[in-house]
Design a protein around this ligand. Sequence first.
Ligand code: PLP
Length: 282
Amino acid sequence: GWVVVNGDFVPASEACISPFDRGFLFADAIYEVTTVVSSTLIDFDPHLARLRRSARAIGLALPWEDHDLQTLHKDLVSRNQLDEGYVYLQVSRGAGLRDFAIDEHMTPTLFMFSQARSVMQTSDAQNGIKVITVPETRWAHRDIKTAALLPASLAKQKAKQAGAQDAWFVEDGRITEGSSNNAFIVTKQREILTRDLGQHVLPGITRAAIIRLAEEQGYQVIERGFTVIEAESATEAFFTSATAFAIPVVEINGHQLSSGKPGPVFQAIRAAYLDHVRSQIP
Ligand code: PLP
């Protein structure tokens, strides 16, 4: 398929980025993943706003207008004839001599690709997944969406080795978030809990939409950290991300939740989110 390198469309096999790029040497890069359904970008504007926020947070000046980035996304979707899947965008600081101190005159590198993938209907959404909890090992600025994903990747690998599908990070006894998603539980009182925003979690675009949709459905959503014991004894649990939407969690550290099946609160919320996605398709 086609990819974008610095604003140009090139076949993936011909894409070329310098090995001296700071994205490669220092993971000095930020990224966004926007879901595509029926060839339509879902919630593009908040993803773009978060990209600008991440750029500001690491002192990177983005030399592209919103409109240019949106056009590149749309053109990539149409060139790759992408019906369902996602567009990945990464901006790294650029290439230069390896130096911890940053040369502020570097030209950022833009790289984009698309990937076909089912998102509306998946077996994980149908059946739910198992989660283990692991100590928080990432850096202190989890609110910035950077490409430094090794701790998250190792945590996911640990989950896989334990026969689970994802790991939820724990810091000071409370869940922060999943390896690549925001974590939610439902209490016996049918309150929905998810970690409050701050440096400790990524402000998920899907998280924000789900909170709004849940409140519209009459659920009380409380943004606070919850403990591992609260999670293990929750009535239901689920996680959210742009490409997964909402996925039920039916087992945490071997403790079965909602009889091992997706629960009613989750199902109501996923249905509302699917409507939210469909409402954006022309
Ligand atoms: N938390 C982390 C660590 C993530 O990597 C992601 C992104 O996939 C999310 C949360 C969910 O964010 P979003 O809903 O914007 O995809």
